[in-house]
Write a protein that binds this ligand. Structure first.
Ligand code: AMP
Length: 215
């Protein structure tokens, strides 16, 4: 059966995770974030998680073979039968080619949403981001502060700053994005499945653009 696959392409901090959650609610396809999958392994201190810690915390990309392993297993699960939303994969041309050749083999309906946002806005968003240790809900020191300092409004869990949201690491992640991930924009444009999303307005207005493009 052909699936609907939505790939979210965009720099760190462009709001892919928040928008993926909204798309998930609307279409009932699972949101698959390779970053979240790696962080779950890190939290559980599995061998894979311990290995991931060095590159995730430094904002470097992990080895393609390991990412292929994780993503292949995840999209083979039952909840992906009708479709899924990819957030953070593919992250370079090799991963894009792997996905097209090895994982996207059933004539699926693939749409790539290219999230655009200036670097200065990204740095402001990421350097103020706080995440709940328990439920993963994101807050922002300035734009969406928690009601009680350091505590999650949703579940009361402790809030923390991701190690890779430190200012120097953000700069590095943006460089990695420009060098390794941005070439995928041309790759998907050539396949005529790329749609651009302006991520400077509010999350609600960004979602409106997305709904129009995913049909
Ligand atoms: P994210 O949550 O998408 O910002 O990802 C956090 C980190 O996980 C990245 O900085 C990488 O270290 C790693 N990572 C996530 N997805 C990938 C991928 N597709 N390829 C390589 N590394 C990845």
């Amino acid at each position: 059966m052909s699936k609907k696959i939505i790939i979210l392409l965009g720099p760190p901090g462009s709001g892919k995770g928040s928008q993926a959650a909204l798309i998930e609610q609307k279409l009932h396809y699972p949101h698959i974030s390779t970053g979240d999958l790696l962080r779950a392994e890190m939290k559980a201190k599995t061998p894979l998680g311990l290995e991931a810690m060095s590159y995730v915390n430094e904002g470097k990309l992990g080895p393609d073979s390991l990412i292929f392993n994780i993503i292949t297993k995840r999209i083979a699960q039952d909840d992906c039968k009708e479709g899924f939303i990819l957030d953070g994969f593919p992250r370079n041309i090799k991963q894009g080619e792997y996905f097209q050749e090895k994982l996207n083999i059933d004539g699926n309906d693939v749409i790539v949403l290219n999230f655009e946002l200036p670097d200065a806005t990204i740095i402001e968003r990421l350097s103020g981001r706080l995440i709940c240790k328990d439920c993963g809900h994101p807050f922002h020191i300035k734009f969406t502060p928690p009601k009680k300092e350091g505590k999650c409004d949703k579940c009361g869990g402790e809030l923390y700053q991701r190690a890779d949201d430190a200012k120097e690491v953000i700069q590095h992640r943006l460089q990695v994005y420009a060098k390794q991930t941005e070439p995928l924009i041309q790759f998907y444009d050539d396949l005529q499945i790329l749609k651009t999303i302006d991520c400077s307005p509010t999350p609600q207005l960004i979602f409106k653009q997305i709904v129009k493009k995913i049909g």
